[in-house]
Design a protein around this ligand. Structure first.
Ligand code: PNS
Length: 161
């Protein structure tokens, strides 16, 4: 059985992430969506909330080969812990490519068996990022094309200032 890990901050998860989740879930028997815990990075949503939102949308979309976990520390250790065969990352633009290329090479250096598979974003999400979503929501802009409804509701209940 081939499985891949899709790591990220997902703070919050966007339709761009779900585009990658849906497409990657067709390429592997199992896709492990792994929410990064980074104590030094301030997150708007807790790890449990971020996992909950992903689970809810995966259930709504009837994606049944998805496992949702979290990890702390090195991604390559999570790859081993969850027995993943590959890392999946989405690429939106050339600017993403440089850092992603570096991360993929470093991860392969740390574990020679670990390949990173890049999926190009669908064009309609090529400019969507969690950071921008929070900024638009903060000033009352319309984010309904970029995130699932559960995130719209969750952002309404937050003080974004
Ligand atoms: O959604 P993001 O913020 O782009 O996700 C980045 C993430 C969490 C996947 C990346 O920062 C990561 O892998 N962090 C774990 C620490 C690690 O393994 N660092 C070395 C990578 S070369």
């Amino acid at each position: 059985m081939k499985s891949a890990i899709f790591p990220g901050s997902f703070d919050p998860v966007t339709n761009g992430h779900f585009d990658i989740i849906q497409r990657a879930s067709k390429l592997f028997d199992k896709l492990i969506v792994s929410v990064a815990i980074n104590e030094s990075k301030h997150s708007l949503f807790t790890m449990k909330e971020r996992q909950h939102f992903i689970r809810q949308v995966c259930n709504d979309k009837k994606l049944d080969n998805i496992e949702i976990v979290c990890f702390e520390g090195l991604l390559i250790d999570a790859v081993e812990k969850f027995n993943a065969n590959a890392i999946v990352r989405g690429i939106r633009a050339l600017s993403d490519f440089e850092i992603e290329f570096q991360m993929a090479l470093m991860n392969r250096e740390l574990n020679h068996h670990c390949e990173t598979v890049f999926l190009m974003t669908s064009p309609e999400y090529s400019f969507v990022s969690s950071r921008m979503i929070k900024e638009i929501a903060k000033f009352g802009g319309d984010i309904s094309s970029f995130v699932p409804p559960v995130i719209i509701d969750a952002l309404k209940g937050r003080n974004l200032f």
